[in-house]
Design a protein around this ligand. Structure first.
Ligand code: SF4
Ligand code: SF4
Length: 106
């Protein structure tokens, strides 16, 4: 398995069918600021990123000049700590790629 050289050409770790995929802590919610209600919500007493169409609601796809899809986080500077901790090439990243091969939007 090869780890992509650029997360923008991957986005695999932003995909899930679980509503409770990305936990949003109190600090995360504060960091999200005005974006919080758009991209996150409460399920019971805990907050999570909203999920839609099988991926995090903050993920968007755009076409590069070469026509290839680029998957980018619309709240990158404010993303939850869980996302900050998942470094490209880490065991967690490799686990995501192994589990979800084929989840990339093409
Ligand atoms: S951290 Fe890994 S799984 Fe996530 S977008 Fe980057 S290369 Fe893909
Ligand atoms: S907040 Fe950004 S980095 Fe985290 S799962 Fe959503 S789109 Fe991906």
């Amino acid at each position: 398995m090869t780890v992509p050289a650029d997360c923008l050409r991957c986005g695999v770790c932003c995909f899930s069918t679980l509503d409770t995929y990305v936990r949003v802590t109190g600090d995360d919610w504060t960091r999200l600021g005005a974006e919080a209600e758009r991209v996150a919500h409460f399920i019971g007493h805990r907050a999570f990123m909203r999920m839609q169409d099988g991926h995090c609601a903050a993920l968007q796809v755009r076409r590069c000049t070469d026509g290839a899809p680029e998957l980018f986080c619309t709240i990158y500077d404010r993303r939850p700590q869980t996302c900050r901790d998942l470094a490209r090439g880490s065991p967690e990243c490799e686990g995501e790629l192994l589990r979800k091969a084929g989840g990339i939007v093409t």
